[in-house]
Design a binder for this molecule. Structure first.
Ligand code: DGL
Length: 266
């Protein structure tokens, strides 16, 4: 049994969707969330830069004595998971493998769609993870860089969001996908709109929610879970603009965020 917190990090606000899934799945675990709001977005940045930023955050979380680290950011998972695993003394869990695993199960041999930031899609990390499990899987990928700002603006059902979603979803619909991986922290908030665009026959996979299952498995396997009667504490730390994080973040986490500390990195 271990009462140390789980470290969760993201390029900014979006990882709160993953944090939410972890709170729901593991209600006795404490967490420290780090959002790199000074350097967001990671989506269009080079793999080297995203790896450097991710390493700095890992070091900060380890100094906070976390017992495991969850990379909530898909772009950071795509570029930095292996590098962080090589140096971390505690387990490091990314969002791509859990999303890929769920997609292979849901598609049952049908074509799998993957959407994400430009960096995640260019890395091919989802396609690789899917084909590791199902070598013959057909994968159709689509970068959706305009979704992140739309979601941060709260435009989940706005006509502009509909127009952009229709454009991005058209090639996936034409490919006849059976499942779609929401391969970015922000996309679960567009779920109703995407489901409408693709129709009820396409299963939408939330990588963050799938990751919470894997966190549970890893903690149990490594003997790191908190006691069943532990009272959790959740800390929020950002590298800049705590006020915006609290305001926009409340939408992501589904409750009011009242406190966020600032720790500038780099
Ligand atoms: N958190 C990022 C991801 O899941 C999206 C935002 C960004 O580009 O930094 O890929």
């Amino acid at each position: 049994m271990n009462r140390s917190p789980i470290g969760i990090f993201d390029s900014g606000i979006g990882g709160l969707t993953v944090a939410r899934a972890i709170y729901d799945r593991l209600p006795h675990e404490s967490t420290v969330y780090f959002g790199d709001t000074a350097r967001v977005p990671y989506g269009p940045k080079s793999p080297e830069t995203v790896r450097r930023y991710s390493r700095e955050i890992l070091d900060w979380l380890l100094a906070e004595r976390v017992k495991a680290v969850v990379i909530a950011c898909n772009t950071s998972t795509a570029h930095a998971l292996e590098a962080l695993r090589e140096v971390s003394p505690v387990p490091v869990i990314g969002v791509i493998e859990p999303g890929a695993r769920a997609a292979v199960a849901a598609a049952a041999g049908g074509t799998i769609g993957v959407i994400g930031t430009a960096g995640t899609i260019a890395s091919n990390a989802y396609a690789r993870a899917i084909r590791n499990r199902a070598p013959d899987a057909r994968v159709e990928q689509q970068a959706c860089p305009l979704f992140v700002p739309l979601v941060e603006e709260g435009w989940f059902e706005h006509p502009a969001a509909r127009l952009i979603a229709a454009e991005y979803m058209a090639p996936l619909r034409d490919a006849g996908i059976s499942a779609l991986v929401l391969g970015c922290t922000h996309y679960p908030l567009l779920r109703p709109l995407l489901q409408e665009e693709l129709g009820p026959g396409v299963m939408l996979i939330d990588s963050g929610a799938e990751t919470a299952h894997v966190v549970e498995e890893v903690l149990r396997r490594e003997g790191l879970a908190a006691e069943a009667d532990a009272t959790p504490e959740h800390r929020f730390v950002v590298s800049d603009d705590a006020a915006r994080f609290r305001a926009v973040g409340s939408r992501f986490i589904g409750e009011r965020l009242t406190e966020a500390e600032i720790v500038p990195l780099g």
